[in-house]
Design a protein around this ligand. Structure first.
Ligand SMILES: Cc1ncc(COP(=O)(O)O)c(C=O)c1O
Length: 495
């Protein structure tokens, strides 16, 4: 009779052989086993990029059948925290859940006067993904919208002051749009001035970084290197998602790494916030034992909390009205392999963006392309050129954003239809101007005071009307991108 270990070994060997044959169109571009793409085949805008390693990890974890978050999850949490240089990462089942946990954590009574109360205001941006904003409403706070910039896709941070209301504003919560860091220095200066929380929705931006001059960084409370990133002689560089108080990731397939469904809440440096966020993720409980483990605090039956009798089991003591938003350990097993690929994936997204940008030069007549925050322009020989702030953003692009110029003889829909006809995956910048979405209109109808629009949102309207994006994901091969370039350039030549 074969031992359990031998059986497992055999299953994993067969899994490996199977996956090499069955999944070869999902391998990274450039991998020599990767299936060849031919003209006429679809080009997805994004998707899972993996090899047999992820499949073997998933099957191995499935055979162990621990199921709920366990050793794979805990290892992934510390590996991700190490990568980002943050105190703690908590895995959750989606980026939307991560945003919900992050903002809910800031409502905890344990934060005393810094706690976000019902009716308090949180500044955010009108253009983007709905679940960056929905959790603000779900906790009973009030989103206050500023506008987005058409070129960067990000919040126009010079509008933050216009949105501020003394005694009401408690936080800024916004995304680094499509893998382009927002103006972190301006936002942090604003947050420090008024003692506000900063929540970075980093769901589309894992692997983007931002640098600022040392004296400015020091004045904002940043002194040391982030692990994995080297500061220059005069500047401090950190990953996005490690500048604010708390940040979030999505690991849905189009993102920089995937666990199928999944996400993370990153707590940058407060142990108090770690305990609170974990409580909200895990049913609201006070106890912080991982599942399957008891008595980490060594006084499980000695606590006296609330009106419970002394010694009431800490495992069943609840300090918050929480959720249960944990992913499966199997997902984390996949995520850990993806994390090893992350440095390569980050670079690939940058290269793909540059490749598309160079190829589409002749379409500049009618098309406008993204620029990183602080860049003033781009040229084919020198790449980006920059403003005089000495702050820089390094984008690991989530997508290749294209806006149709105002005088163009065709519309965004015309271009999208042409791309569709050629099976080239394309997407809008998510919800466009969110305040035009039925969900937000209905919320306002039910309660006219539900949110506040601090400025005109013309930029977000332009993004809604004139913008789409193509993929930059690491599964894109040169021939796929050449076909995208050829299709767009040919389309432009018709006008
Ligand atoms: C900026 C941003 N935040 C949050 C999310 C939600 O992530 P998930 O789909 O994992 O819930 C997304 C989804 O793509 C996103 O783009």
């Amino acid at each position: 009779m074969e031992s359990i270990n031998e059986l497992k070994k055999e299953i994993l060997k067969l899994t490996k052989d199977y996956s090499k044959k069955a999944h070869n169109s999902f391998r990274p571009a450039g991998d020599n086993l990767r299936a060849v793409w031919e003209k006429g085949m679809p080009i997805p805008y994004a998707g899972r990029v993996f090899t047999e390693d992820e499949v073997v990890a998933a099957v191995s974890s499935t055979l162990d059948f621990w199921l709920t978050l366990g050793s794979e999850g805990h290892n992934m949490e510390s590996e991700l925290a190490n990568f980002l240089g943050v105190k703690k990462c908590l895995l959750v089942n989606s980026g939307s859940s991560a945003n919900l946990v992050a903002i809910s954590a800031l409502t905890s009574y344990k934060l005393k006067e810094k706690k976000i109360n019902q009716g308090d205001e949180i500044i955010t941006v009108a253009a983007g993904f709905p679940t960056t904003v929905a959790p603000i409403l779900q906790i009973g706070a009030k989103p206050v919208f500023i506008d987005a910039d058409v070129i960067t896709g990000n919040a126009q941070c010079d509008q933050l002051e216009k949105a501020y209301k003394k005694g009401k504003t408690k936080a800024v919560m916004m995304a680094h749009a499509l893998g382009n860091p927002f103006d972190i220095s301006k936002t942090l200066e604003f947050c420090r001035k008024y003692d506000l929380w900063l929540i970075e929705d980093n769901c589309d931006a894992l692997g983007c970084s931002y640098s600022m001059p040392k004296d400015l960084a020091n004045s904002l409370g940043f002194y040391e290197n982030s692990p994995g990133l080297y500061d220059g002689p005069n500047n401090i560089i950190r990953w996005t998602g490690s500048w604010g108080d708390i940040s979030t990731q999505s690991f849905y397939p189009p993102h920089h790494l995937t666990m199928g469904e999944g996400g993370a809440v990153n707590i940058i440096n407060s142990q108090k916030l770690v305990v609170i966020a974990e409580s909200f993720r895990d049913w609201g409980r006070d106890c912080w034992c991982p599942s399957g483990i008891d008595n980490t605090c060594k006084k499980r039956f000695e606590w006296k909390l609330g009106d419970l009798p002394k010694g009431y089991d800490h495992k069943y003591t609840y300090s918050h009205l929480g959720f249960n938003l944990k992913p499966l350990d199997i997902q984390a097993a996949i995520g850990r392999i993806q994390l090893k690929r992350l440095p390569e994936f980050i670079e690939k997204r940058k290269e793909n963006w540059q490749y598309l940008r160079r190829g589409l030069i002749e379409s500049e007549r009618f098309l406008e392309f993204a620029l990183p925050t602080h860049a003033k322009g781009w040229d084919v020989n020198n790449g980006f050129f920059w403003d005089n702030t000495e702050c820089r953003s390094d984008c690991s692009w989530f997508g290749f954003k294209i806006s149709i110029k105002e005088n163009s003889p065709f519309s965004r829909t015309d271009l999208a239809k042409e791309l569709d006809r050629n099976k080239i995956g394309n997407r809008m910048l998510f919800g466009g101007n969110l305040i035009r979405q039925p969900a937000f209109i209905e919320v306002k109808k039910a309660n006219p005071d539900a949110y506040r629009v601090a400025v005109e949102t013309k930029g977000s309207d332009k993004i809604m009307n004139n913008t789409l994006f193509l993929g930059t994901y690491p599964g894109l091969t040169k021939s796929m991108m050449d076909f995208e370039i050829e299709t767009i350039n040919n389309f432009i030549c018709r006008f």
